[in-house]
Design a protein around this ligand. Sequence first.
Ligand code: ADP
Length: 489
Amino acid sequence: MLPSVLFVASECAPFAKTGGLGDVVGALPIALAARGHDVRVVLPKYDILKPAQMWRHPEALAVPLGAGIAWCAVWESRLPGSEVPVYFLEHDALFGRGYLYDPPKGHAADNMVRFAMLSRGAFALARHLNFTPDIFHSHDWPSALVPVYANTTERGTALAGAATVLTIHNLAHQGISPEADLWRTHVPRECFREDGLEDHGNVNLLKGGLYHATMLTTVSPRYAEEIRTPEHGAGLENLLRFRAGDLVGVLNGIDTRAWDPAKDVYLPAHYDAQDLSGKVVCKRALQEELGLAVREDVPLLGVVTRLGPQKGTDIIAAAVPQLLGLGAQLVVLGSGDSRTEETFRYYSAQSPGGFRAKIGFDERLAHRIEAASDLFLMPSRFEPCGLNQMYSMRYGTLPLVRATGGLDDTVQQCDERTGEGTGFKLHDLSVSSLVETARWAVRVWRENRPHFRTMQYRAMRQDFGWERAAKRYGEVYRWALERRRGHSA
Ligand code: ADP
């Protein structure tokens, strides 16, 4: 029997998603179910969930929290296109606030309690469903208390035999919360210590999870190495070195049905690796839609991202005039850091024929940019895995990335002598390094089109499906169970 798994997560596409974590939780369970795992997902029922067909369980769920019991309603749905059950925990005071993590430009002071409800609720839900999973699979700080509960408050219950796996999608967010609220989570006081949840006098939820989980994973092999260094460890590098033997890097897959240039519902024309004529139509349509000069002979550089320090978008913003100076067009879709937004808006007004910024989150436009662009810029300071470089490759849009984390693992450097490569990599994060690498890529596009075309073909034929990752997670679950139960299966 393959291990059964309960995913406990704060996001799950398409219901609620702010980034890559949501994509993973929306896709990996389907690939695991296809391999034969009994896998289910639980997440909060935010008031801002995307509309979906769901039904309510008649019985409410009692979750011990704070001074008494918090009651929540259980709703059920399925991951689209699958039989994977998704359960939503409804608690208006905690999740009915118009946001996932924090109010716009503000901070939710009680996130520890909000997400303790999710983690504690996962155990209550498992009992309510009469489901005894072999594995609880947590994702980042919002469900990092699951391994802590499994080792403490749940000890002695039927669910304590479950192994816990915690996946780090992004070490930059750790869930720092005031110690004064810890009692409300029912995590025993003795866990609040340096080799536990304590971090400079506060509670660090992720740190607690990293101590307590049976196995740890992160979303690319390179990032699994990087986070053990002071540069990328975000203060947790010593702990991650200590747990290195239990830490595995598994590269994310992508949703190859939603991101398929031969079928993509958002595109004006379709294409595949053999025939790129539809890509030319997509480029023209985007240039028209955004008011750019309609020119096939000008390389189009695309960017779709959160705007923030991680993504190196400050460097892109500072490089706009020089990038346009290469005779290229540039399209940016993103939102986030307000100064970067302003800079992009400014250039968008200055150079309408060559540069367009769309500030906001727009799934349709994201697909159209991926299809229309010749090159895709992703100069991240750090990148646990990154999805957009994989979407780009699948769309024959060669990524120009910084050689870090999953970007380094997935993109193969262009080599003009051998004809190899699937993209272009830079090492230093600076305007000059970005511009020089873009200059090189644009030159290959203009002057060495056969090589560029070969790279497109190769990039489009890479296997980025979830099957490979699901197989690997299956191994991790098996190892985790062996460790938890102290024997070889
Ligand atoms: P992260 O999770 O760090 O934001 P990833 O590259 O792993 O970065 O995943 C980002 C996901 O969010 C991708 O699916 C990407 O297409 C999407 N995305 C980011 N910004 C936008 C935006 N402004 N509009 C549409 N989709 C976006």
